[in-house]
Design a protein around this ligand. Structure first.
Ligand SMILES: Cc1cc2nc3c(=O)[nH]c(=O)nc-3n(C[C@H](O)[C@H](O)[C@H](O)COP(=O)(O)O)c2cc1C
Length: 335
């Protein structure tokens, strides 16, 4: 049965510069940003755009379709490479991207080895973790993805999935389940609670675990913590897509300093710019206070035209030179 699709039930009309996408550092524009630019080109001078949403009713989807929609939108998801043992001590290893951390005092993580969408049967990881009340969660780095994929296949009872996938088991400190020698970051966990989220095919079986210890490859430490730039972690997106947190894909954002001035405090002329992106404006809106724009002085070599000023302002923002950015805002506002 095809899901019921409601075309255009919601029309969102946004004033100003909302809807522009792209994260710092902005290099190539995203598909969505290019779409919006085209849209604006067709409607020159318009600062209002319409976004049409397609709405799919969850109740009309079967479990396999529902899973596909969830995975498309809840992405990228971190991957728990869960290591468990069965009652006979046979090792099991499988990836689960319905996974996250949920508390730090005590430290709690949860992942969901769910009932199979096909027939509602349960997975080895679920059986092992609930029987032994413990598991190891290993991070998947990019160097591990092909072997991880091998581990994700459905093997019969009693198959050692370390052997199948070629990963190296290492003795853990607190639990019987093995560590994965190739993984740069791992957690030994004790089962805290199991939460059943339904009984039919595809329903959730969430396992919450208390973290007993963290292990990290010492070579990847930066000061007191693992270096995000060198863990090379992989996440799961919709379909068969993955994300690699590496190189330019990683970026930093300054935390809001107290209560930022907010979007509404930004001069209208900036919100109407065709050059400044929503991220540029968002960076300004994150300022701790609104400087006196009338006091901003010009310097030799400053551009004198609106576009030149906005380009210089954008460059200052992307260099994280907020003082210079506000000076240029002052000049731009003066016109
Ligand atoms: C990257 C990735 C993420 C996955 N995430 C999940 C998940 O969150 N929940 C789930 O039930 N299955 C998930 N799977 C499928 C399981 O890994 C697969 O069913 C596996 O065979 C389970 O193994 P087991 O029976 O040894 O526990 C995922 C597979 C891959 C490749």
């Amino acid at each position: 049965m095809n899901p019921m699709v409601i075309e255009s039930p919601v029309t969102k009309v946004s004033e100003g510069r909302t809807g522009r996408l792209g994260g710092p550092p902005v290099r190539a524009s995203s598909w969505h940003e290019r779409f919006l630019t085209k849209f604006k080109a067709r409607r020159p001078g318009a600062y209002t755009f319409q976004m049409t949403f397609k709405t799919v009713l969850a109740a009309e989807l079967n479990p396999i379709q529902t899973n596909a929609w969830l995975c498309a939108g809840v992405a990228p998801r971190p991957i728990a490479f869960a290591s468990t043992v069965d009652a006979k001590g046979v090792r099991n290893l499988a990836p689960f991207s319905f996974f996250n951390a949920f508390g730090s005092n005590p430290p709690m993580v949860a992942f969901a080895p769910n009932r199979r969408g096909r027939d509602g049967t349960v997975k080895h990881t679920y059986l092992n973790a609930t029987a032994t009340k413990e598991f190891v969660i290993a991070t998947v780095s990019h160097a591990m993805v092909q072997q991880m994929n091998v581990a994700s296949a459905e093997y019969g009872d009693g198959v050692d999935e370390f052997l199948k996938s070629g990963f190296t088991p290492l003795e853990a400190r607190f639990v019987k389940a093995a560590l994965v020698a190739e993984s740069p970051f791992q957690m030994e966990c004790r089962l805290h609670r199991e939460v059943e989220l339904g009984t039919g095919p595809g329903s959730g079986l969430m396992l919450i675990g208390e973290v007993l210890c963290f292990h990290v490859d010492e070579a990847l430490m930066k000061g007191e913590l693992p270096d995000p730039a060198r863990l090379d972690q992989v996440g799961r997106n919709g379909g068969a897509y993955y994300t690699r947190a590496f190189g330019d894909a990683l970026f930093e954002i300054a935390k809001p300093a107290g209560q930022p001035i907010g979007w509404e405090a930004l001069p209208a002329v900036l919100k109407q710019s065709h050059l400044l992106t929503a991220n540029d404006l968002g960076r300004l809106a994150n300022s701790a206070e609104l400087p006196d724009l009338s006091a901003m002085a010009a310097k030799a070599g400053d551009p004198t035209d609106a576009e030149g000023l906005e380009k210089a302002l954008q460059a200052a923002l992307r260099n994280e030179d907020l003082g210079e950015a506000w000076r240029l805002v002052g000049l731009r506002v003066k016109g």
